[in-house]
Structure formats: C-alpha cells, structure tokens
Design a protein around this ligand. Structure first.
Ligand code: DX5
Ligand code: ZN
Length: 224
C-alpha cells in the first residue's frame, strides 16, 4: 500500500513537536527530513541537532534526504542522530556502491536520489544494492515548487526494472506532490510519496495528511 510521507521542511519550526503530532494523528508512519548544505543545493535547511530533536519526539520512521555535497562524511552522524534511512544523491557519489554499503553496514536503509536531469540508467549497477530510490520531481532546494510531469516516466521505468530483475526496492517521489497527482504517481509505481506544503501549509495538517493518504490507498487498491 502506498504511503504518504510528510516533509517537515514545510512545518512550523517554532512548534515542530506539535506539527509532528498532527501528522501522527492523521496516521503518518514515516517522516521525511530534508538536509540542505547551501552548496549542493542553493538553500540551507536543517541538520543533526534538529534531527536529534525530532527523534526525541517521535517513533515514526525517519527518512533523511541528504542534499549535501559530501554525504560520505556524514553518514554515521545522521544515523546516530536517529535516521532510520538515508538517501544520497547519485550526482555527488563517485563511489555509490561503497556509500550504500556503508549506510547498510551501520544498520540504515540506503536510498539513491535522482535529480530531474539524472537518468534512471545511472543506477544500473546498483539496482540490487539500494533499498530504495528517490525520484526528484522538482529540482531540489525548495518546497512548494511545481511538479515536473516527466518524473512519471522515470518512476515507470524503475518499476519495470524492479519487475524485470525480480528486485524489491521501494520507489519514492519528492516535490510538488498534491491531490492532483497522487493517483498518477501511485499508478506509475510509487510506494512512498513525500508531501511538504500540501500537508503543512494547509488549515489542518491532520486532515490534509488523511486526505492524501486516502487518495494514495484508493489508487493502490484500484491498481491491484
Ligand atoms: C525539496 C525537498 C522536498 C520538499 C518538498 O528540495 O527535497 O522534500 O520538502 O516540498 P513540497 O511537497 O512542498 O514540494
Ligand atoms: Zn526531500
């Protein structure tokens, strides 16, 4: 069943604990945490101290998206701070196989992120190593951007590759996810859908989350 992951980048940071409780009340099982370094992406967001604080207030699975130039130097600190899974960008990992294995050897689930301009074919040699793949459906760095429809082709291609090779990696999508595209994303093959502004920048994050998760579940059932 497809899952919607609230992205706390769009939450009110002055009351982050309350925001997390709101999406927990809506049934969220995983949270997406965006780490930006102002170098790989043109923005700076949050890091280890915030992740530690989030870990203290929730038992949800923490999905940490590293938008940083040198992820290899920070894998262990983020896992120790409470990440259950870490995703690294293909574009900054010359030794991607080693990076994925390093995350897994420390007990984390390892994902690879593809920018909109990075092809699925770049993952050919690590398809059986990665635990999940994150397809960026906007150029990373900011919340509230418009969904790039071409991302659907990449999601379909990743689903086909998974079937063809008998693999079991999850397919995640991030950026511009809303009620308008959740059914298409689930039909294309998404297991996890990250949603920031369409959850937190609403009058009621609990209800917004419930609505998106319901749409995702309805599309999952219709697909079977
Ligand atoms: C963008 C981040 C996203 C962001 C998505 O660089 O990786 O996770 O929070 O925000 P929305 O859902 O508002 O596009
Ligand atoms: Zn993200």
């Amino acid at each position: 069943m497809a899952q919607v992951l609230p992205s706390i980048l769009a939450a009110d940071f002055t009351r982050l604990g309350d925001e997390i409780r709101r999406v927990e009340a809506g049934g969220a099982r995983m949270l997406h945490v965006d780490v930006m370094d102002g170098h790989f992406v043109p923005n700076i967001s949050m890091g280890i101290p915030v992740l530690k604080a989030v870990r203290r207030v929730t038992k949800l699975t923490l999905d940490v998206h590293l938008m940083i130039s040198n992820p290899d130097a920070f894998l262990l600190p983020f896992l120790e701070a409470g990440a259950d899974q870490l995703s690294v960008h293909q574009e900054v990992c010359p030794h991607l196989h080693r990076t994925l294995r390093a995350i897994q050897s420390e007990g984390g689930r390892a994902g690879v992120v593809l920018n909109p301009a990075t092809p699925v074919s770049s993952l050919e040699e690590v398809l059986d190593v990665m635990d999940f793949v994150l397809v960026m459906s906007v150029n990373p760095g900011f919340g509230g951007q418009r969904f790039i429809p071409r991302s659907l082709n990449k999601i379909r291609a990743l689903r086909e590759l998974r079937e063809r090779h008998g693999l079991s990696y999850q397919i995640e999508v991030d950026g511009g996810v809303s009620a308008a595209n959740v059914p298409d994303l689930v039909n294309a093959g998404c297991d996890w859908l990250v949603a920031g502004s369409s959850v937190f920048e609403t009058a009621d994050a609990t209800e917004a989350y419930r609505g998106l998760q319901r749409d995702a579940e309805m599309a999952s059932m219709a697909k079977v």
